[in-house]
Design a protein around this ligand. Sequence first.
Ligand SMILES: CC(C)(COP(=O)(O)OP(=O)(O)OC[C@H]1O[C@@H](n2cnc3c(N)ncnc32)[C@H](O)[C@@H]1OP(=O)(O)O)[C@@H](O)C(=O)NCCC(=O)NCCS
Length: 156
Amino acid sequence: MQCCKTVRAAEPQDLDAAFMIEIESFENPYPRWYFDLLYGLSGGKYFLVSTNDRDEITGYIIGIPLSGNVCHIASIAVAKQCRRKGVGTALLHSLLELCSADGYTSFILEVDVYNYVAQRLYASNLFKPVMVATDYYGRGRHALVMILLNEIPCCI
Ligand SMILES: CC(C)(COP(=O)(O)OP(=O)(O)OC[C@H]1O[C@@H](n2cnc3c(N)ncnc32)[C@H](O)[C@@H]1OP(=O)(O)O)[C@@H](O)C(=O)NCCC(=O)NCCS
């Protein structure tokens, strides 16, 4: 199976499938209603999904535009059976390309300090750690804040 045939903007009817991936990916997933909120905040345009050769959703990434040409990457996840096949990279590159074409020059995200897999994905795309956000995910569960400034690896 080809896990990443396309990356495209999510439609409202894709959110249930994306949410199933959220549930299998995180110990404390966002609630379903929060996905609707994030979809709205992303303007629809920056909530992307990957699809396989059967047009099933295999992953998602959510970008939220902030002021000052900054985009906040609120979440990314890939279905378990499709991991380590370049889907996460394709989603991240697609969002960075789309946002940079729209004038966004900086990206910020939070990642669990123990989530080394995701940190490797971001680091290999030139994100730099800038601070630890204490208790970001709850008491004793800290986040690493990573940023990407003015360098879009996929678009150079
Ligand atoms: C993080 C995640 C989105 C990566 O998606 P993916 O499709 O597996 O990523 P890719 O195949 O594009 O891999 C990109 C890079 O990530 C790193 N990576 C991915 N899986 C890894 C693993 N199991 N072990 C170590 N590094 C890994 C590697 O640096 C990899 O590059 P490489 O294959 O050239 O070495 C996926 O593991 C996931 O959904 N995890 C659960 C949700 C999550 O933690 N999201 C991040 C929230 S901040």
